[in-house]
Design a protein around this ligand. Sequence first.
Ligand code: FES
Length: 138
Amino acid sequence: MAAKLIDLSFTLNGRKVKVQIAPDTMLFALLREQGCASVRCACETTNCGLCTVWLDGDPVLSCSVPAARVEGRSITTLEGLKAESEALARAMAAEGAEQCGFCAPGLIMNVLALARAAKEDPSLVATREEVSRQLAGN
Ligand code: FES
């Protein structure tokens, strides 16, 4: 017998979304279904950071978040941060820091979260070691 579907409403990159999902749907799969190609899943074990998105402005690993938990909440993916992410991608390219690009979305989401936090509270400017620790998952 098929599992009963769950009604779910949330905001995705500023747009209201209403869907029905299976109870075991994970957030990364839902976001991919919604056309967010930047959200990728590799390890599915919370180790690689590739699936990072923002949940109410905070980075989360979408491979470990049941989609049902985002009811009424706000999700931001790289598609919702085009201007900021393009500037960072250009800076990475200028420094020779780009590689194949597969893991870039998760890394960029975490770097932009750090940058936003530091902008909101300048006392949060991190040291090189702190940034390294914050990005260790990527
Ligand atoms: S897919 Fe690797 S942390 Fe989510």
